[in-house]
Each structure stands twice: as structure tokens, then as C-alpha cells.
Design a protein around this ligand. Structure first.
Ligand code: BG6
Length: 552
């Protein structure tokens, strides 16, 4: 690593640094764990879409938090790229607002911010003009020399989806999609450090935000265009749900414990319910949302990922492809829906005016820049099946909606009731099956519901809950999903990113729903008052099978 007076942003330096020497990484137990597992090499992070909401609200605060925890590489530069004219300094100033709002702790006076901001740069350029990419290339090379970032590049596409392909094509044409030195693709996990003095091979990785396509053909097309320039192992398709601690804990819970996995199949499980409820409406995202809708926005990506993690077989190892191979098998096994099946097993709704926490809220069709006759669903409920040995005959129910009474994401695994009723109607009035609930957010934890005798001379059974809460057990707040995902991308670990085949199988399942609903228009669209749990017709998905949506 070149000795240079670089703006190292690891914190906190115990004393003033001698000029020309990199800062020592701070002692931090969490950082230690991370460093034990992977190498974070010096790099330049280029944020396309630097003036956008995602950069300000999520990416920069996540990078700042990583710096605070001492998890970023010692030599790192962040280059924001967007069309607007700005200087490095004005860009840094513009970031302050978002950092104050979204980072764990931020103050302009903090020496960390002083060091961090000196590693942030702004590069005005159009996403679609090749000249800008050549100039960018020259600037990155200069940064390599000045800051010791060693030719490693992480390009983050935080832009509208229409730019994903052009950006990658132009990166390719400017020679930026391949590492600048050495014959390798530089794609995979960081190469182990060689003997002293040996040259490490640089890498180039590209993080692609959502939405990844808007249906199966466009996702296949986008994959084809990216892969014309990049290797699959260079592409990091982000699904921020996979970066959530509680989502990662699904695998830890299933595969680091002996007692649950034997029960995790059709013999013991009656059905699974996955709920992602949001109390917010579409806010200022009307035009995006109206062309997308609940199925594309949440189900194709986040919810099918949750489903895959719950339903997958144990992987042979925790390596990226071993985990993703198993998730793909689940997505492949989703029973395809015919148009008739779509009408029977999928319900779509749209919020009408209503109230949330006593506050009146307007109808979806009255949201800014949403057409008054929009048929876009803001609510989806589905019953689906996974046609494999483990899940034969077990329905999976998925529901998601905006403007529901509260924000709550959970996975509820409902077990079969006991084979016979020993306790009579009077003792246990309602059949109360065991339910294991993985609370993804906001009350992060795991609960198990079971029947218990009410104290007293009579035999009366009531459902009780055994609770594990992250906050109580670990006493630390979970890092934001983007922190984990950015760190993984820097470290070259793609386990929590979706692979080409994963994305395409998910679209393959969703496509018949999109097509059937497009053909139906607003026929079959159910309206629900904002602040309720969605259209009542969603209850009919349980007809014949028994059960009902969980009351939350
Ligand atoms: C995004 C969707 O991907 O996820 C939004 O575009 C949604 O519509 C958001 O609100 C939900 O994310 P989270 O992390 O708040 O559950």
C-alpha cells in the first residue's frame, strides 16, 4: 500500500497521526469479527445518482456509520456523480442534512466528519455521454495515486432504472468496467494479500439498485445487457431486505439450532403467512409507484426473498453460491399460476380515503401525480404453493399493503393442531395452533405461541407467548441494511445480493399475475379504507383450508 497523506477515515485516531502514515483501525469488537472474516481493500466508491434521495438518505449515512465503526477500508474515496453542477465542497455541504437525519450520530464538529468529508468528491457528468466517462476514468486514476485506492472500484447505480444499462455500457466503452491492470476480471472476493511487495489484483464491482426490470422479458434483457460488459460475479443486485439483521437471522435461526429444522416441513407445518404491512402511503413517489404497484415494488423482490429464505433447504456451506443455489431451487419450485388461478388465489386492492392513528389520509388516486382512474394495486394478497418434497400441500400466504393500520413485517409459521383434542370445548374453546413468529420489523424478535393452563382449580387452556427481543438480548441497535450491504460489496461477498437466475425465476412467477391483472384493468381491484387491513375479499384465500389472516 502506498504511503501517502491520504484522508483516512477510520476512527478514532488515538493521537494525531504522523504525516504520511495510515491511521490504525480502532479497536471495535464488531469490526474485529468482520475483519476476521473478510478483507476490505482500499477502493473508490462511485455513486451514480449522487444528488438523489437514496444517496442522501441511505448511502452516505451508511458509509458514515461504517466509518464510525472503523469498518471502511483505510484508504477510501467516495465520488458522487450526477448531472447537476456542484463542487466537491458544495456536495459535502449538501450531504450534511441527510447525515444529521439518518446517521447514528453526526455532528459537523466531529473530527470524524472532518476526515470523512475530505475523502468525498463530486464529479458532474451526464450518465449518457461517453466523454464524461473518460474524464471520470482520469479522475479515478488520479485519486488512486493521491489516496492509495489501488485501482479498486465500486460503482453504485443509485439512478433511475432506465440508466442502468447505458451506464454499464459506457463504463465498458471507457475501459472502466474491467480492472485497469492485470489479466483477471477482478470480480470475485478480494484476492488474499500476496507476499510483501507483490501487486494485488484490482477489482471492479457494480451495485445495481432496484427495480431490476419491470417484468420477465425486461429483467432478462437487462441481465443480458449487463452481462455483455460485466461478469456475473461483478454484479451486485441489491435487495435491501437481505441486509436487515432479522432477515439474515432467518438462516441463523433455522440452521444453527437443532430443534426447529426437523419440524420445518409439511408433516408439522400447516401453513406460512408472510406479512409486510406499511402505514405510509406513496408520498412523493406517485409516478414511480403508479407504474410499478405493490406486486413489482414489494412482492417480486423483498417478499419472494423472505419466502426463499424460509423455505430453502440447508445449503452445503454459507458461501454465496451455495446459499443462492438453494434459494433459486425454491423460486423454481413455485407453482406457476394460470390466469384462472390468478383470479382465485391473488387479490389486489387500492387504498381509499381513511384515517391512520386518528389522522385523515387521502385516497391513493388523490395522491400527487397519480391518475384519478389508476388501477395500480397498493395491496396484494396471494396464496401460493412450492412444489417440492418438503412443502407439498403447505400453502404460503403473502400479503402486503400500503396505508394499513401499522408498520409490521413478520413471518408466521403455523403448525398443525394436535391430532386429537384431549381438552374439551370448555377448557380450550378455540383450537389454538402453535405459531412461530419471526418479527422482522419494527419489533425485531422471535415469538412462539403455545397453549398453557390458566392457574386455578379448573382446566382452562389459553395461548401464551414466549418472546425473544433483539433489543433486550443484545442491547445494541441493528445496523441499517445498507451498511451491511455496502460493506459486503466492498468485501466482495455477494451472498446477500441476488443472482441473475434468482431474479429471473422471481419474475417468472410474478409475470402471469402482472399479465392477468393488466388484462383485467380495474375489474377485480378492491378498494379498502386507509387504516384498515386491506380488502375483506382477501379472507377468501383461506376458504377450504381453514385459518385466517393473523390479527396484528
Ligand atoms: C422499497 C419500496 O423497496 O421498500 C418501498 O420501494 C417500501 O415502497 C420500502 O416502502 C420498504 O422498505 P422498509 O425497509 O421500510 O421495510
Amino acid at each position: 500500500m502506498a504511503d501517502s497523506p491520504s484522508p483516512t477515515i477510520a476512527v478514532p485516531p488515538p493521537t494525531a497521526l504522523p504525516a504520511g502514515r495510515p491511521a490504525a483501525l480502532p479497536e471495535n469488537p464488531f469490526a474485529e469479527g468482520i475483519r476476521n472474516r473478510r478483507v476490505v481493500e482500499p477502493c473508490v466508491i462511485v455513486l451514480f445518482g449522487a444528488t438523489g434521495d437514496l444517496t442522501h438518505r441511505k448511502l452516505l449515512p451508511a458509509l458514515y456509520n461504517l466509518a464510525r465503526d472503523g469498518l471502511l477500508p483505510q484508504h477510501v474515496a467516495i465520488v458522487g456523480l450526477a448531472r447537476r453542477e456542484k463542487t466537491d465542497e458544495s456536495f459535502r455541504q449538501d450531504l450534511i442534512e441527510g447525515l444529521k437525519r439518518s446517521s447514528r450520530s453526526f455532528s459537523e464538529a466531529d473530527p470524524l466528519w472532518q476526515r470523512f468529508k475530505s475523502a468525498i468528491f463530486y464529479h458532474p457528468a451526464s450518465f449518457e455521454e461517453s466523454l464524461g466517462y473518460r474524464v471520470l476514468g482520469e479522475r479515478l486514476e488520479r485519486l488512486d495515486k493521491e489516496l492509495g485506492t489501488e485501482g479498486n472500484r465500486l460503482f453504485y447505480l443509485a439512478t433511475g432504472p432506465e440508466y442502468f444499462s447505458p451506464i454499464v455500457r459506457l463504463l465498458g466503452e471507457a475501459g472502466l468496467a474491467r480492472p485497469q491492470e492485470g489479466p483477471n476480471s477482478g470480480a470475485g472476493p478480494a484476492a488474499p494479500a500476496g507476499p510483501p511487495g507483490s501487486r494485488k489484483r484490482p477489482w471492479v464491482r457494480v451495485v445495481v439498485e432496484k427495480p431490476f426490470g419491470r417484468d420477465l422479458p425486461s429483467a432478462i434483457g437487462l441481465n443480458r445487457e449487463l452481462l455483455a460488459v460485466l461478469e456475473e460475479s461483478q454484479i451486485y443486485r441489491i435487495d435491501h431486505y437481505l441486509g436487515k439483521e432479522t432477515v439474515q437471522n432467518i438462516l441463523a435461526f433455522r440452521f444453527s439450532n437443532g430443534i426447529f429444522e426437523p419440524l420445518w416441513n409439511h408433516k408439522y407445518i400447516d401453513h406460512v403467512q408472510i406479512t409486510v404491512a406499511e402505514d405510509l402511503g406513496v408520498g412523493s413517489r406517485g409516478p414511480y409507484y403508479d407504474s410499478s404497484g405493490a406486486l413489482r415494488d414489494m412482492v417480486q423482490n423483498h417478499m419472494l426473498q423472505l419466502l426463499a429464505l424460509v423455505a430453502m433447504e440447508p445449503p452445503v456451506s454459507m458461501e454465496a453460491d451455495a446459499v443462492r443455489d438453494e434459494k433459486v431451487k425454491v423460486l423454481r419450485a413455485l407453482r406457476p399460476m394460470t390466469p384462472e388461478e390468478v383470479l382465485r388465489s391473488a387479490i389486489r386492492g387500492q387504498y381509499a380515503a381513511g384515517s391512520i392513528l386518528g389522522e385523515p389520509v387521502r385516497a391513493y388516486r388523490d395522491e400527487d401525480r397519480v391518475p384519478k382512474d389508476s388501477a395500480t394495486p397498493t395491496y396484494v394478497a396471494l396464496r401460493l404453493h412450492i412444489d417440492n418434497w418438503r412443502w407439498a400441500g403447505v400453502p404460503f400466504y403473502l400479503r402486503h399493503g400500503k396505508r394499513l393500520p401499522r408498520r409490521a413485517t413478520e413471518i408466521a409459521i403455523q403448525f398443525h393442531t394436535p391430532p386429537m383434542r384431549l381438552f374439551g370445548e370448555a377448557s380450550a374453546p378455540a383450537a389454538s395452533p402453535n405459531v412461530l413468529i419471526l418479527n422482522i420489523q419494527p419489533d425485531e424478535g422471535i415469538s412462539l405461541c403455545f397453549g398453557s393452563k390458566v392457574p386455578g382449580p379448573d382446566v382452562r387452556i389459553r395461548q401464551v407467548k414466549m418472546d425473544f427481543r433483539y433489543g433486550h438480548s443484545f442491547g445494541v441497535a441493528s445496523p441499517d441494511a445498507y451498511e451491511r450491504l455496502l460493506l459486503d460489496a466492498i468485501a466482495g461477498d455477494s451472498t446477500l445480493f441476488t443472482r441473475r437466475d434468482e431474479v429471473e425465476y422471481a419474475w417468472k412467477f410474478v409475470n402471469p399475475l402482472l399479465e392477468t391483472w393488466a388484462a383485467e384493468g380495474s375489474r377485480g381491484l378492491h378498494f379498502y379504507p386507509a387504516g384498515t387491513w386491506g380488502p375483506e375479499s382477501a379472507d377468501r384465500l383461506f376458504e377450504g383450508a381453514g385459518g385466517h389472516w393473523r390479527r396484528m
